[in-house]
Design a binder for this molecule. Sequence first.
Ligand code: FBP
Length: 551
Amino acid sequence: MKKSALQRVRAEYQPKLPLALQGHVKIKKGQPTESVADQEQIKNLFPNTYGMPVVEFVNDESPERVEEPFNVGIILSGGQAPGGHNVVSGIFDGIKHLNKECRLYGFLMGPAGFINHQYMELTAGYIKEYRNTGGFDIIGSGRTKLETPEQFDSGLKILKELNIKALVIIGGDDSNTNAAVLAEYYKAKGESIQVIGVPKTIDGDLKNEWIETSFGFDTACKVYSEVIGNIQRDCNSAKKYYHFIKLMGRSASHIALECALETQPNVCIISEEIQAKRMTLDNIVSYLCYVIAERAKLGWNFGTILVPEGLIEFIPSVKSLIQELNDVLVDHAAEIEGLEELDKLRAIHQYLTPKNADLYKSFPKHIALQLSLDRDSHGNVQVSLIETESLLSEMVAKRLDEMEKEGEYSGTFNAQHHFFGYEGRCADPTNFDADYTYALGYNAAMLINSGVTGYMSSVRNLTDHTENWIPGGIPITMMMNMERRNGEMKPVIQKALVNLNGRPYLKFASMRETLALNTLYQYPGPIQYFGPAEVCDRPSMTLLLEHNKEI
Ligand code: FBP
């Protein structure tokens, strides 16, 4: 296959490793850990893997041992995120460094390949083609939920057949929750198979003190920011449209917030703030109309508005409707399945409590249907399929008409809608993500060699030079709490939402009024792979601010 010039040159990039991972490593164990909440319940559910210590790798100056060869299996799970191929390269190089005889197997198309025994061996020649590239196409990904003992046992069979010592699951919070459940299951059974997780998701919501960011967030945000910047130039040139830009990110608004810091739009809605202030849809529309009316007074009938894709779930009244819908869709699945659109809406409507039923009825038909779509295999609403950006602009247009009649607004309002998500998930990783993912993979190989299970690969100190990054591992149970999923309480990794006391949000909030009533767009331009470090290696603004650095 012919490659582009950039592909050819970029393939030669050698990701940088932390100093601690260069050469031989030894493990340093910390104190026993506790889960972030619901300690007793999590402890009871994970009797064999609860409470393990955080571990760190340091250079071993005088290694005396010779490592035995071992085999590793990997699964790419869930949505694509830039850098996945470098995690695979990192694991491969890590195990080969330990012993040239080690082998790597990839299960095809996500957890389904593990359950159904579809796999391939990943050789040096095969991996070479994918180094530093975006995508998960090296083995494919999928969203099958690994949850039943039958699935675990079926997987165990193939692990034994291939003599695999450890399984690495590269996924988001839900997939890493499954990794913890699997680790516990194998340990309870007395099996020596290790399970290791790697924190992936563009959404940026899998993070805590030990996981400073999930991989892919940096690249995806830079891709979206480039395009938002381009739209802002267009917007400021033609001066005739309001651009409603929905951004992926599932529940959390990290992506929208990072893009707002990068591009300085007129408005960026932060779902977590809407929830905290118990704002209604009506309140949001009022704020947008206030900004639009004020800008119109200045002669500006244009602007940019960023909308996080999970917004709808954070409006308290809609949240309560969604929670009830989740149960109704499960409890009456057989009745609802196969109904025509209007019959489906009617059938669901009759099972809702009066307040929720009224709200459900007030939505345009397409939005009510989108809210009633099947949940994904983890019980999440598929927020990427709900057209919040058009819902908002329709409501804004209606309100502006009313305001015009009342003499409260005089201007023109024309909207354009955009949704950025898939565009950024498979971009070639930035230098940051290329290095981070390679280190996460290489570090996972070291975790396997140290014999631990139920751990997530952790590389910290990420705003410092790569050589000073701190590699290690964190017990997955430590990140867990109990949440209601598909109508049942389940142990899951706690999602990190935007912290309203955190520096990234506070920085944005401090600029908000100025950005709304001025035109101070910033144009980040495309990702640069070669050139000055301040342009090419700069981590996300979110990460810099969270580490008390300036942006
Ligand atoms: P993960 O949580 O699996 O990383 O997925 C991230 C994401 O891109 C979300 O931002 C988005 O809501 C969802 O995947 C879309 O899912 P799908 O790829 O199934 O359409």
